[in-house]
Design a protein around this ligand. Sequence first.
Ligand code: ZN
Length: 237
Amino acid sequence: MEIDGLVLRLNPFRDYDAMVNVINERSSFSFLARGVRKIHSKNSFSLLPFAESHFDIMKTKDGLSLKTGNVVNSHSKLRESYQGLLMFDFLSEVTIKFLPEKELYKAYKPIKRIVELLEQGFDHYTLAIIYLAFILNESGYGWNIKGCQKCGQKDDIVAVNTSTGGFICRNCFDGQNGAKLSPRLLKIIRYIFMVQPELYDHISFEKDECLVILSLLEEFILGTVEFSINSLKLLQN
Ligand SMILES: [Zn+2]
């Protein structure tokens, strides 16, 4: 079986092998890559972070296994930058944790777009909050940004509730489980939960603004989804 796809994760397995997750527009694949962590492995380049490659994989009794992999687009420039590697860890971890294996391909379009924009030097903090909002939407944890979560009114939104995930109006805000935010931050939150991949480069935000939003989303994820995102720590520096 021959497939083209983008490497989402390479998980070390036994001494020299790895389990690999690859996605393309329509499907997600998980296969074993034997010997790929040996120094002279001919397939290793096709499995580097962000690489888009052509794979020849075969069915074995234990599942899919890689025969050969050839790089189509290595995106090597991203791998050589610290920000690029941070973003790869982040995109990879968040996607794997939130989406079931069969649905990983749903992240292909946004990730491909983010890779393209990172290569153009677009702000990675902005892309990080956009991607986190995308993955929350996709996994059923999207925030309610249409109006006040409690009473439904659309005006006078002043805060977010980080335990239920959504907007709160002035009347309903009780000072607990969340924070009052500036109109601009509320606008950014609405934006990231709605923006489509084609428009990811519409606007970039200040680093400080992105960090506030990242920590609000993290608070929500820790409390509601109940897992932590390890790669966030480095991204928040
Ligand atoms: Zn309300």
